[in-house]
Ligand binder design. Structure first.
Ligand SMILES: Cc1cc2nc3c(=O)[nH]c(=O)nc-3n(C[C@H](O)[C@H](O)[C@H](O)COP(=O)(O)OP(=O)(O)OC[C@H]3O[C@@H](n4cnc5c(N)ncnc54)[C@H](O)[C@@H]3O)c2cc1C
Ligand code: SF4
Length: 495
């Protein structure tokens, strides 16, 4: 039974971030890790106090806010009572990888928390992280190999969070699962997109150890449908496996077709961030795209842009400016954005705490270069919304100095060449692989999960889709399933 009055006694409190002037000198997590002293600044008593703020509402709106359907009030109460063993059991019941979401999720659950009616939700995401991180430290995350083998073989193509979730579920259901990844390491965007300062790679690696011990097989450096000698053809894929889960992500970055795009110094965000990640891991001293000493402009005000901003600061950029075509968000919910939907408000993320300028309601008219074909500036103008469309505010043109531009305006869908074209699966009007209500593509036995089917989204959706696609594939292979299916392909966030 929860403490029904905890929220009246205790304020919301999160662990402190490391000081900006210290963390900017390294690539480590912006928060202290447990090894680095997290327990001193945010002891277990603080976590229990925060968990005690959950009043176990009759209708837990947080459940509906979380695409995984995490049993939030249950594990909040277990954390409050210091029962960490049972808490991780309840958390793992709905989420294969609470450490990924505990670090990286934008926490729509907190937007839906009843206490968010007063803008002070339970610290759900932090409690989630504390439960799983303690479980690893205490040895409570052990391999869960299947009791019986089915003899069926499943290939998962892509090793991001959706592929990993599907692979873990199907392995535990007794199938022989092989994950193919074209990059040199497993993890998808968790490995080479999302930087070390948001989630250290060690957090990913310890989960992969568990998956290997359960029997999931990982093959890296192999593109399914690729043209290199070591790649795997789609014919070989279909011949060798009884079912396939496509989890290749939405990897085509949205470009900006304005005059001057061909100038040297303009890159898609995902051309830049993987080098930054390798630099953070000590594998590259001088990355081929390096912001050191440069004036950097990031086009796109979202998470990917913020990751470019933090990376550029750590590389020693002379200045960083982030541009956003949308207007400055309000400080509080607008009337058309009521609780329990996700609050679209101004936030100061850890990235923006470290500096850089944010410009809103601006658009890029063209890129300007020097005589050698190098970028030297952007020509901007302000915009206003008229009948739902952005219109230029005449007379607001101005130049903004730029040596480097990163385009972080989202992704337009899955890569068509190779895998998709050769398998012959249909693609929908938004560039995603089409699937039916059971996550199956137009090719029987080929399922689709994560950004490849949903379009650019979030880790929490990728994991929930991976779980659901695994349940569908298990049913296809065996006629029934015990695996949970938290979402359908058409599920959307609360709105
Ligand atoms: C820079 C950045 C930061 C982000 N930050 C956050 C965040 O903080 N929080 C959050 O919730 N979400 C964040 N996201 C979104 C989140 O990372 C994605 O929604 C999520 O990773 C999608 O998972 P996925 O498994 O579908 O695909 P991905 O993670 O994209 O993985 C797909 C994998 O498939 C591989 N692949 C593709 N085709 C083939 C093939 N033919 N053969 C073999 N391998 C193949 C790719 O190499 C890739 O590794 C971020 C995205 C970006 C780009
Ligand atoms: S996965 Fe995200 S939405 Fe779900 S409980 Fe965790 S932080 Fe909240």
């Amino acid at each position: 039974m929860a403490d029904a009055t905890g929220f009246l006694k205790f304020d919301r409190e999160l662990p402190p971030r490391r000081p900006v002037d210290i963390r900017i000198m390294d690539w480590k997590d912006v928060y202290l890790t447990r090894d680095g002293g997290e327990d001193e600044v945010y002891p277990v008593s603080a976590v229990r106090t925060q968990a005690a703020r959950c009043m176990d509402c009759g209708i837990p709106f947080c459940h509906h806010g979380c695409p995984l359907g995490n049993l939030i009030p249950e594990w909040n109460d277990l954390a409050r009572r210091d029962d960490w063993t049972e808490a991780i059991e309840r958390l793992h019941a709905t989420n294969n990888f609470p450490e990924f979401t505990g670090k990286l999720c934008p926490a729509p659950c907190e937007g839906s928390c009843v206490l968010n009616l007063q803008e002070s939700p339970v610290a759900i995401k932090q409690i989630e992280w504390e439960i799983i991180d303690r479980a690893f430290v205490d040895g409570n995350v052990q391999p869960q190999p299947a009791q019986e083998r089915t003899g069926k073989k499943v290939a998962v193509v892509g090793s991001g969070p959706s592929g990993l979730a599907a692979a873990q579920q199907l392995t535990r259901a007794g199938h022989d699962v092989t994950v193919y990844e074209r990059a040199d390491r497993i993890g998808g965007l968790l490995r080479y997109g999302i930087p070390e300062f948001k989630m250290e790679k060690a957090v990913l690696d310890r989960r992969l150890d568990q998956m290997r011990a359960e029997g999931t097989r990982f093959v890296t450096g192999v593109e399914v449908g690729g043209s290199a000698d070591d790649d795997l053809s789609t014919e070989a894929l279909r011949a060798e496996y009884d079912a396939v889960v496509l989890a290749g992500g939405a990897t085509i970055g949205r470009d900006l077709a304005v005059p001057g795009r061909e100038l040297a110094g303009i890159h898609l965000a995902m051309e830049y961030l993987p080098f930054g990640n390798r630099q953070a891991l000590g594998e590259l001293d001088d990355p081929p795209i390096n912001a050191h000493g440069k004036h950097v402009v990031i086009i796109g005000g979202g998470d990917t842009g913020a990751d470019c901003l933090v990376t550029a600061h750590r590389q020693g950029a002379a200045s960083v400016t982030q541009l956003e075509i949308m207007p400055t968000p309000p400080d509080r919910r607008a009337t058309d954005n009521p609780w329990p939907t996700y609050p679209m408000i101004m936030r100061v993320s850890s990235a923006h705490e470290e500096g850089g300028e944010r410009l809103y309601s601006v658009n890029t008219e063209k890129f300007l270069g020097d005589d050698d074909g190098n970028l030297r500036a952007l020509l901007l103008h302000e915009v206003e919304r008229v009948d739902g469309r952005f219109q230029k505010v005449e007379g607001t043109e101005r130049e903004l100095r730029a040596d480097l531009v990163f385009l972080a305006m989202g992704f337009t869908g899955a890569q068509r060449t190779g895998l998709i074209d050769e398998l012959g699966v249909e693609v929908d009007g938004r560039g995603n692989v089409a699937r039916d209500a059971t996550f199956m593509s137009t090719v029987p036995g080929v399922f689709v999960a994560g950004d490849m089917g949903r379009g650019q989204s979030l880790i929490v959706w990728a994991i929930s889709e991976g779980r659901s696609a695994a349940a569908a594939a298990d049913t296809w292979l065996t006629g029934s399933t015990m695996l949970p299916s938290p979402v359908v392909p058409t599920s959307v966030a609360l709105r």
